[in-house]
Design a protein around this ligand. Structure first.
Ligand code: RIB
Length: 297
C-alpha cells in the first residue's frame, strides 16, 4: 500500500509539564513531584501521531526564533515530519503549554506566541500541497481565519479535511459545512452546537467520549465504538493521537467504524507514558494490540 500523504496545519508548542500528587487550590502553593519539558502542541502532536503510523506528513505552522523553536523543529524532523513549511517568527516566542498532571487528569494553559502569527496569506504557497494531500488535519490553536482558508482550499480541491475543534470555540457555518469530519469531545461538542442545529452535521461528527469510546452516526444510526482499557499514566495528547490515527486510516480507505477502532487503539496506547508524544505508538504496536484484543474477546 502507498503511504498516505497528510498535511497538518496547526500549533507547535513546548510543553512544560509538572506532575503533582494533587492539583493546588486557588491561592495555594504545593510541591510537585516531577518536571519535564517535552514537545507538544495539538498540531505537532497530530503530525507525529500520523508519521509514527506510517504516513508522509507535512507540518504547516510557526515557531519563534528561540531555543524551544529550534528544538521543536529538530524533534519533528527526527520523527520524519517535513518542516520546510514551518514559518520562523522573530517577534514572538515559540508557543508553550503549562501542564499540570495529577489525579489521572491534566490542566493546561497554552500561550500561543508564534502559533498566532500564522496568517491566511502564509497558506498561499501551499495550495498545491493541500490539493495533493490525501487528508488535511486542523485544530484551533492557530487563528481561525487560517483554519477557514485551509478548509476552503481543501474543499475546492476535493481533499478531505478533519477539523478537531480544540480548544473549544464556535466555528463559522462555512467551516462546519466544508469540513469532512469534525472531531469534538463532549465539552467541545456543546460549544460547537450551542447556537447551531447539530442535526444537519451528524454525518460529519465523530465525538470522542474518553473512556467510553467514540460516537459516530452512519445511515441515520448512532453508534458507539468502545475504547480500550489500559493503565493510564498521562492522557495529554490522547485526542491528538486519535486524530492523527483517524487521518491515516481514513486516507488508507478504511471504513469509518474500523477507522475509529484503529484510532481508539492508538489513543489507548498513547496514555500509557508521560508526555503528549512519548506514548504515541508505531504502526506495528497498534496492529499487535488490536490482534491481541481480538484474541482475548
Ligand atoms: O492536546 C495536548 C496539547 O495541547 C499539548 O501538547 C499542549 O501543547 C496543548 O497544545
Amino acid at each position: 500500500m502507498n503511504k498516505p500523504t497528510i498535511t497538518v496545519i496547526g500549533s507547535i508548542n513546548m510543553d512544560l509539564v509538572t506532575v503533582a500528587a494533587r492539583f493546588p487550590n486557588q491561592g495555594e502553593t504545593i510541591l510537585g513531584e516531577r518536571f519535564l519539558t517535552t514537545p507538544g502542541g495539538k498540531g505537532a502532536n497530530q503530525a507525529v501521531a500520523a508519521a509514527r503510523l506510517g504516513a508522509n506528513v507535512r507540518m504547516i505552522g510557526a515557531v519563534g526564533d528561540d531555543a524551544f523553536g529550534q528544538e521543536l523543529i529538530r524533534s519533528l524532523q527526527n520523527e520524519g515530519v517535513s518542516v520546510n513549511s514551518v514559518k520562523p517568527v522573530t517577534h514572538e516566542h515559540t508557543g508553550i503549554a503549562s501542564i499540570t498532571i495529577s489525579e489521572r487528569d491534566n490542566r493546561i494553559i497554552v500561550v500561543p506566541g508564534a502559533n498566532h502569527a500564522l496568517t491566511p496569506e502564509d497558506l498561499d504557497p501551499y495550495e498545491s500541497v493541500i490539493a495533493e494531500s490525501d487528508v488535511c488535519l486542523l485544530q484551533l490553536e492557530i487563528p481561525l481565519p487560517v483554519v477557514e482558508r485551509v478548509v476552503s482550499i481543501a474543499h475546492r480541491h476535493g481533499v478531505r479535511v478533519i477539523v478537531n475543534p480544540a480548544p473549544a470555540q464556535p466555528l463559522p457555518l462555512v467551516v462546519l459545512e466544508q469540513a469532512s469530519f469534525l472531531t469534538p469531545n463532549e465539552h467541545e461538542r456543546g460549544i460547537l452546537f450551542d447556537k447551531m442545529d447539530e442535526e444537519s452535521f451528524v454525518d460529519q461528527l465523530i465525538v470522542t467520549e474518553g473512556a467510553k469510546g467514540v460516537r459516530i452516526w452512519q445511515d441515520g444510526q448512532e453508534r458507539l465504538i468502545p475504547s480500550f482499557h489500559v493503565p493510564v499514566v498521562d492522557t495529554t495528547g490522547a485526542g491528538d493521537t486519535f486524530n492523527g490515527a483517524l487521518a491515516v486510516a481514513l486516507a488508507e480507505g478504511k471504513p469509518l467504524h474500523e477507522t475509529c477502532r484503529f484510532a481508539n487503539a492508538a489513543a489507548a496506547l498513547s496514555v500509557t507514558k508521560l508526555g503528549a508524544q512519548a506514548g504515541m505508538p508505531r504502526r506495528e504496536e497498534v496492529e499487535s494490540f488490536l490482534a491481541e484484543q481480538e484474541r482475548s474477546q
